[in-house]
Design a protein around this ligand. Structure first.
Ligand SMILES: *Cc1c(COP(=O)(O)O)cnc(C)c1O
Length: 461
């Protein structure tokens, strides 16, 4: 017998506690998705089989984190767990000051209000929904300065999250550096498909920003996943640890907003981290208004402990290899089957190219929203629209933003699903792909004012 040469990676954990899943019939799903207005955000979780809606707060915690939960110091002020979290943030990310928040958008709210004066511009490497909204609510205008390749689902580029320095410079030339509040740098870039930014680009952005006295605010939500890609793809980083790479990434910024619900393997939590004492002081004061005292920021002591411990675990190479490896596994199988997805495969999700599924649907028939509903109908798998519904309305013109990409995101919670769940997912997507010709699209019948993708309702055409 020929010996097996190939060695797969496997998850660096075994399973100690399980949660049963419920399977439904197609008839049941036809009723539930209709009741949910064909919006997967409005489905009840009990009606979902494999939940790939988001990797946000859906992670499985370790026994080490659960043990930490029991050590929650639920004091109103000065909880021990706050100091543990502060120490880990300083050690792993390298910022001096910490303001905990209930999740990422809490930090975005603080920094947007502190740093943006009405009428200013905020460039960034592609928008993120909550980030841009907080910038707009603070009176700013977001300007996309990501490289063009990021807007093309099919171009292979190792660092599709990179900033186009010429676009950044052009904005400075056009409006003047004093009208640029700061630049937001996402790593990885969620809306581009979980695509990383290179260390070289981070360094150059920081140099250009600093030269113009513009602050860099890092969206560190998936920075550890980004660090994994730098280690794999960028020359000179092969032998560095994830922790070393992360520290260097953060060194090219002045502050960071963080959603612990992603990288940090918790169900709730986030923070704002800063180097500038004056900005910190203001944030520490403001957090009392919106979140809670500056030593808990809307979190229980136990939540801060779980996040502090999550930082240690999430920064392990083996963890990231299994996490990103799982996403890659699904991506490669779909590519083999000829299903159109965003290339290259990103860190946290597979993005199906809905325009390629449904060339018969114009954008206002909501191809990505339709595809997410079809996938649920086929198998009870829940995905998310990332297309015209998510892009929202342009606050100046009142018209839709028309993003180039109409995507459906299959997002993988960390340490939750097995390879067999991945296989079922691939099979269902393939089935929906094969039935694509007869699909007619949706019409929007209810549109909420903010972040409409969460609550909008649709009917079948
Ligand atoms: C999730 C997310 C946020 C917002 O964080 P929440 O914890 O959901 O409030 C900000 N930026 C990026 C890139 C995210 O993925």
């Amino acid at each position: 017998m020929e010996t097996m040469k190939r060695r797969s990676w496997a998850e660096p954990f075994k399973i100690k506690s399980v949660e049963p899943l419920r399977m439904t019939t197609r008839e049941e799903r036809e009723a539930t998705i209709r009741e949910a207005g064909y919006n997967t955000f409005l489905l009840k979780s009990k009606d979902v089989y494999i939940d790939l809606l988001t990797d946000s707060g859906t992670n499985a915690m370790s026994d080490y984190q659960w043990a930490g939960m029991m050590l929650g110091d639920e004091a109103y002020a000065g909880s021990e767990n706050y100091y543990n979290l502060e120490a880990k943030v300083q050690e792993y990310y390298g910022y001096k000051y910490l303001v905990p928040t209930h999740q990422g958008r809490g930090a975005e709210n603080l920094i947007s209000h502190i740093l943006i004066k009405p009428g200013q511009y905020v460039p960034g490497n592609m928008y993120f929904t909550t980030t841009r909204l907080h910038q707009e609510l603070a009176g700013g205008t977001f300007v996309d300065v990501i490289i063009d390749e990021a807007h093309d689902a099919q171009i292979e580029h190792p660092f599709k999250g990179n900033v186009d320095l010429n676009k950044f410079q052009a904005l400075i030339d056009r409006v003047g550096a004093e009208k640029v509040a700061y630049i937001t740098i996402g790593a990885t870039v969620n809306m581009a498909g979980g695509q990383p930014i290179s260390m070289e680009n981070l360094r150059s952005v920081y140099q250009l920003a600093s030269k113009n006295k513009i602050k860099v605010v890092f969206d560190a939500t998936r920075a550890m996943e980004n660090a994994f890609f730098i280690k794999k793809r960028e020359k000179g980083y092969e032998n560095k640890t994830i922790k070393e790479i992360l520290r260097e990434m953060c060194s090219y910024s002045d502050a960071a907003t963080m959603s612990g619900k992603k990288d940090l393997l918790v169900n709730i939590g986030g923070f704002l981290a800063l180097n500038d004492y004056e900005v910190f002081e203001e944030a520490r004061n403001m957090v009392v208004v919106y979140e809670g005292l500056h030593t808990y920021g809307g979190l229980a002591g136990r939540d801060m402990e779980a996040m502090a411990r999550g930082i240690e675990e999430a920064c392990q190479f083996d963890h990231l290899q299994a996490r990103i490896g799982q996403v890659e596994y699904v991506g490669n199988r779909l590519i083999e089957l000829g299903v159109p997805i965003v290339r290259p495969v990103g860190g946290h999700a597979i993005f199906l190219d809905a325009k390629k599924f449904y060339p018969q649907l114009e954008q206002l028939k909501f191809p990505a929203q339709t595809l997410a509903a079809e996938l649920y109908l086929d198998s009870g798998i829940r995905a998310m629209e990332r297309g015209i519904v998510s892009a929202g309305l342009n606050k100046e013109t009142g018209d839709h933003y028309y993003p180039k990409l109409e995507l459906v995101r299959l997002t993988f919670p960390r340490r939750v699903y097995t390879q067999a769940h991945c296989d079922v997912t691939v099979e269902s997507v393939y089935e929906v792909w094969n039935n694509r010709a007869s699909v007619k699209g949706l019409t929007m019948v209810y549109e909420p004012k903010y972040l409409r993708f969460f609550q909008a309702r649709f009917e079948k055409l």
